[in-house]
Design a protein around this ligand. Structure first.
Ligand code: RB5
Length: 148
């Protein structure tokens, strides 16, 4: 469960910009305080540049989690999963968003801005921010993910 008193980083590339702007409004209405790491328009940018600016901070523990959006969600997800302390999951349904928390203890949620309905994306974000890691057998499994 993400504490509403903590600032939530959210970021996108140009392809995720529109959804990011929508999520910012909906999450603020739900009581979350957001820090927007860009992109700040639909002008073309490179998703790894945006992903690194957020992921490096989550990796260091400066923020507990973040939401990243690009066209398919995959570029953001691939970049985030290069970080030792990050587990990023790609979500296209509310149920998957819940499961990346419950089973994978994900601290980054990636959304496909071009391939998800806006309302489903809001549901995904709220599930990601409120679901709890179940631990148990899932703890053992996530410990096996890192290569070193
Ligand atoms: C941008 O056109 C697109 O390639 C990017 O948003 C993303 O889908 C990459 O994974």
């Amino acid at each position: 469960m993400f504490d509403k008193l903590t600032t939530l980083p959210i970021a996108s590339d140009h392809a995720g910009f529109e959804l990011k702007e929508y999520l910012k409004i909906k999450l603020a209405e739900a009581g979350y305080s957001i820090r927007d790491f860009g992109a700040y328009s639909t002008e073309s940018v490179d998703y790894p540049d945006i992903a690194h600016s957020v992921c490096s901070l989550v990796d260091k523990g400066q923020y507990p989690c973040a939401i990243l959006i690009c066209g398919t969600g995959n570029g953001m997800c691939m970049t985030a999963n290069k970080y030792h302390n990050l587990r990023a999951g790609l979500c296209w349904s509310n149920e998957i968003a819940e499961l990346i928390r419950k089973h994978n203890d994900a601290n980054i949620m990636c959304l496909p801005g071009r391939y998800i309905d806006k309302e489903e994306a809001v549901k995904c974000a709220l599930s990601f921010l409120t679901a709890e890691f179940e631990g148990g057998r899932h703890e053992k499994r996530i410990r096996k993910i890192p290569l070193v």
